[in-house]
Design a protein around this ligand. Structure first.
Ligand code: CP
Ligand code: NVA
Length: 307
């Protein structure tokens, strides 16, 4: 059987996402009711981290335990991965010893090469280019609060980074619009974002214009992991791209605020917004756990029906 991977948001169809969201709901409800669901006894997830993490590690590790399986954490510092073993060799070996792999790394090319040599499904736990698991959880969170995201408007304020690129791919899958505002020089690169040019995103010089009428306002750190050397320059360049109360007022009255976290209050978001009534950031974080359990189930067991 052909091995499926989850390397970019566009790897799954809208119908497959509909299945994943239905399973996320079922898995979440069942878990909260203390009903055991152990379809993956004896199965092992290997998690490879080349960058830091709190949420991704915890949600994958806890999630795999909750499905009855085991999770093993590897990082570059204390495995041969940091000593120049070719990615292709690592993929051949690791995928013979486990059932599924999650990788957080730098260039997307690394995870694509790993997947090409893996016998088992590979999940992107964040690369410089994409963060599909985050948007999987974010869209589930939007649906929980507001229903279908198709036809809605999302405003992205700040850096056109991995999370922004993934929102843009999601807009093509679900047919919604993303209004992006970045400082000059930090604009979306449609090719790097992996877009088809189907007109689901609009670029605005003025962030106040981008948030007009939005159903969801979202942002992320000004400096992503791996770009720390640019931190001071970015703080100056992004000064006017803070999501504040004025921006939230320009969006729809019932607009939600999301942030993948970790956040820097006083930089990309004002404290009164992230800690305010429109913010659903804690639900987003929690839903990483439930949505990724549905993702692992789908990649290993296919379309399981609710029981
Ligand atoms: N949002 C997210 O992926 O958080 P971590 O970097 O803590 O995993
Ligand atoms: N854009 C951020 C997301 C962290 C979860 C980064 O890549 O550091």
């Amino acid at each position: 059987m052909h091995t499926r991977h989850y390397l970019q948001f566009k790897d799954f169809s809208r119908a497959e996402y509909a299945h994943l969201f239905a399973r996320t709901k079922w898995i979440k409800q069942r878990f909260k009711a203390y009903q055991r669901y152990w379809p993956l006894e004896d199965r092992t997830l290997v998690m490879i981290f080349e960058k830091q993490s709190t949420r991704t590690r915890l949600s994958f590790e806890a999630g795999m335990h909750q499905l009855g399986g085991a999770a093993i954490y590897l990082n570059t510092r204390d495995s041969q991965l940091g000593r120049g073993e070719p990615v292709e060799d690592a993929a051949e070996v690791i995928s013979r010893m486990c059932d599924i792999v999650m990788i957080r790394t730098f260039e997307q090319d690394i995870i694509e090469r790993f997947a090409a040599h893996s016998r088992v499904p590979v999940i992107n736990g964040l690369t410089n280019e994409y963060h599909p698991c985050q948007i999987l959880a974010d869209i589930y969170t939007f649906i929980e609060h507001r229903g279908d995201i198709s036809g809605r408007t999302v405003a992205w304020i700040g850096d056109s980074n991995n999370v922004c690129n993934t929102w843009l791919q999601a807009a093509e899958v679900f047919d919604f619009q993303v209004r992006v505002s970045t400082p000059p020089g930090y604009e979306v690169e449609p090719e790097r974002a992996g877009l088809h040019g189907t007109g689901h995103y609009l670029q605005f010089a003025d962030p106040m214009e981008a948030v007009q009428g939005a159903d969801l306002v979202t942002t992320d750190v000004w400096t992503s992991m791996g770009f720390e050397a640019e931190n001071e320059e970015r703080k100056r360049d992004f000064e006017d791209w803070q999501v504040d109360a004025d921006m939230m007022r320009a969006a729809k009255a019932d607009a939600l605020f999301m942030h993948c976290l970790p956040a820097h209050r006083g930089e990309e978001v004002a404290a009164e917004v992230i800690d305010g009534p429109q913010s659903v950031v804690w639900d987003e974080a929690e839903n990483r756990l439930h949505a990724q359990k549905a993702l692992i189930e789908f990649l290993l067991l296919g379309k399981v029906e609710d029981s």
